[in-house]
Design a protein around this ligand. Sequence first.
Ligand SMILES: NC(=O)c1ccc[n+]([C@@H]2O[C@H](COP(=O)([O-])OP(=O)(O)OC[C@H]3O[C@@H](n4cnc5c(N)ncnc54)[C@H](OP(=O)(O)O)[C@@H]3O)[C@@H](O)[C@H]2O)c1
Length: 286
Amino acid sequence: MTETLIPSITLNDGTEMPAMGLGTWKLQGEEAITAVRSAIELGYRHFDTAVIYGNEEEVGRAIADAIAAGDVTRDELFITSKLWHDHHGEQLAQKSFQDSLSRVGMDYLDCYMVHWPWPKKGAFVETFEGLAKLQGLGQLQSIAVANFNAEQLSAIIAATGIAPVLNQVELHPGFSQAPLREFHATHKIVTEAWSPLAQGGALDHALVCSIAQQLGKTPSQVTLRWIYQLQASSVPKSASPARQAENMQIFDFELDDSQMQALTALDDAPGGGRLFADPDLYPGDD
Ligand SMILES: NC(=O)c1ccc[n+]([C@@H]2O[C@H](COP(=O)([O-])OP(=O)(O)OC[C@H]3O[C@@H](n4cnc5c(N)ncnc54)[C@H](OP(=O)(O)O)[C@@H]3O)[C@@H](O)[C@H]2O)c1
C-alpha cells in the first residue's frame, strides 16, 4: 500500500479528514474510475463527489475495486457527496442521502453536504436538519454544507445546535474568503476550497508563477500550499495521475509571511473576486 502523504485534520465532531481530497466534478465514466484508482495509488484518501456530478457510481466502483485489490481499506477513506436543489426539505434530503449511498455502493458515507443553500427556496434549515437526524445511525458520519454564508450558517446552528464540520466554498487566488474563514474559525467549521486552482486559471498568474519559480515548485503547488496555510482544506480535481501527484506534493515546504500576504492580497488586485455564481443569488426560481 502507498504511504499516505496527506495530513489529516480533526473535524468538530471528532472525525479525521485528509486535508486534501480529489475533486471529481466533470469526471465521467471510465475516466472517473481511472482517476479515482490512480489517486488512491498515489495516496489520496479523500474523494469529493455529488449527486449533480453524475459520477457517484463510478467513484464507488473505483473504490470498491481498490479495496478488492488490497490497495486501501474502507476505514482509511473519507468519501463525501452532496444533495442537489431538487432534494431540499427534510424528507427529500434523507431520500437523497439513501440514493447516494446506494449509488456509491457503500454501507456508510463519511460526509454528506447540502450543496447550495438556495436562499430563494428558503428550505436550507430543514434540509440540514434532515441530515442531522441521520447522524449517529451508522450510515452517515459527518454533516456539512457548501456555499453557505455566515448568516445561513448561524441559522442552521441555531436550529439544530450543530455546526457543520465544514463549509465548501469557492476559494482560490483572488478570492480568499477572509471574512467567512474568520466566521468558520469561531465555530470550528473547516473552510474547504472548491475550484482551488480556479479551474486552472490561477496557474498562469504572474505572482503565483514568480513565487513558484523562487521556491522551485509549480504554480499549482504554490496555490494549494497557500490554501493549506490559510488552514483550509481543498479538493483539486485532476484526471491526470501526474497532476494528481503534483498537487499533493505540498506538505514538504512553506510559504513565508510575505508570500502568504502577497497571495492573499490578490483579492484586491485587478481580476480578483468570485469567478463563479454568487450563492446568495443562485439558483433563482425553482
Ligand atoms: N460545492 C460546490 O459548489 C463546488 C463547485 C465547484 C467545484 N466543487 C468541487 O471542487 C473540485 C475542484 O474544483 P474544479 O474541478 O472546479 O476546479 P480546480 O480543481 O480548481 O481545477 C481543475 C482544473 O485544473 C486542471 N489541473 C488540475 N491540476 C493541475 C495541475 N497541477 N496543473 C495544471 N492543471 C491542473 C484540471 O485539468 P486535468 O483534469 O486535465 O488535470 C482541471 O481542468 C470539483 O471537482 C468539485 O469536487 C464544488
